[in-house]
Design a protein around this ligand. Structure first.
Ligand SMILES: Cc1cc2nc3c(=O)[nH]c(=O)nc-3n(C[C@H](O)[C@H](O)[C@H](O)COP(=O)(O)OP(=O)(O)OC[C@H]3O[C@@H](n4cnc5c(N)ncnc54)[C@H](O)[C@@H]3O)c2cc1C
Length: 326
């Protein structure tokens, strides 16, 4: 894959944050916004996460501006507590709020539920999956991040990530059903596999997930089974780097490791995952049988919507560094 040299502002704009990507606008005023020839200035925001909502709220009530926020979901999701849904601590509804309700008071903001599938840059319109065109003068892409499986998309099947309520529900089901299956399992090796939970990635998401699974196994469920002892479940946190929480200070990283170990989590640093399969995970050439694997590693910008007018061009992929390439 080769990087695109001298990319235009539109092509080089990252898609994971609230970025204004409308590019150089003929007739723009000093603020860079196009001066509308007639009618209000139309701002289209794609994404109702923190970025999109903050932008919409900031423009709420602004004179001469008409905002359309588009999201494929009808709710805003408070992602920082997803791990608690995934470990059955709280219910999904506690971290989801209707986007319409949040923006109710901002009368110049309308909300559309729909998936943006392409951007017609020359024609200045967002294109929804059903072909509907939403014209804009200024476009804000705030579509969040997605998981990167280091070039192994086939791992996702065995190691779901944690970004949406569906992800959290899926992980919760896998975790709880693993204990149920272990209770009925006669074969000790199979039982051990069922009671091994591997979390890949020692960033904030992985640390929270591993700690929460340990809390579930060693406390919440500890008295509820007869044949198995949930306290004996193995919770592994696998990190390729020399320490967990590598973007934080070394002190915090060491403190977190100790706290996790006190909770009963086995922290394996300097362990890069080499394979993920139905059987478990492979690290340092060794298979660790594990029935439940959760992906908490690396986020990257989502695949950009196709661009160009008329027939849509092939969407460009992003590299591991998040840069656009072709
Ligand atoms: C498990 C977890 C724990 C976290 N914990 C913390 C924490 O403790 N502290 C912290 O500061 N941050 C935390 N974060 C990070 C934080 O949640 C994100 O940085 C933040 O949500 C990013 O906001 P955003 O608006 O960029 O994207 P998002 O919140 O991801 O929102 C993107 C929105 O765009 C919509 N969308 C995407 N593509 C399309 C499309 N094509 N058409 C229409 N709509 C689309 C999505 O439905 C979504 O609503 C955590 C993240 C996760 C996953």
């Amino acid at each position: 894959m080769t990087e695109i040299p001298n990319r235009s502002p539109v092509e080089s704009a990252p898609l994971h944050g609230p970025e204004e990507v409308s590019g150089p606008v003929p007739g723009a005023d000093a603020t860079g916004l196009r001066v509308p020839s007639s009618g209000p200035h139309r701002v289209v925001i794609v994404g109702g996460g923190f970025g999109g909502l903050t932008t919409a709220r900031g423009l709420g009530g602004a004179e001469g501006i008409e905002v359309t926020l588009i999201d494929r979901r009808n709710h805003h999701l408070f992602q920082p507590l997803l791990y608690q849904v995934a470990t059955a601590v709280i219910a999904p509804g506690e971290i989801a709020e209707p986007i319409r309700a949040i923006l109710r008071r901002d009368r110049n903001v309308r909300v559309l539920m729909g998936e943006v599938e392409g951007i017609d840059v020359e024609g200045r319109a967002a294109i929804l999956r059903d072909g509907t065109r939403i014209p804009y003068d200024t476009l804000v892409l705030a579509t969040g991040a997605t998981h990167s499986y280091f070039g192994h998309p086939e791992w996702e099947r065995y190691a779901p990530g944690l970004k949406t309520l569906d992800d959290a529900r899926r992980i919760r089901a896998r975790v709880l059903l693993a204990f149920e299956a272990a209770e009925r399992e006669d074969d000790p090796a199979a039982r051990e596999r069922l009671l091994t939970f591997a979390v890949i990635g020692g960033g904030p998401t992985g640390v929270e997930m591993a700690g929460a699974i340990a809390g579930l196994a060693h406390h919440a469920l500890s008295q509820d089974f007869r044949r198995i002892d949930p306290k004996r479940a193995r919770i592994l946190l696998i990190e390729a780097a020399p320490r967990i929480l590598g973007t934080f200070s070394e002190d915090l990283s060491a403190y977190s490791r100790q706290a996790l170990e006190r909770l009963g989590v086995t922290v394996l640093t300097d362990h890069a995952v080499e394979d993920v399969s139905e059987a478990g995970i492979t690290v340092q050439g060794r298979l660790i049988p594990a029935a439940t694997v959760v992906w908490g590693a690396r986020a990257c910008a989502p695949r950009p919507p196709a661009r160009g007018s008329g027939s849509r061009r092939r969407a460009r992929a992003t590299s591991r560094s998040g840069r656009t390439s072709r």
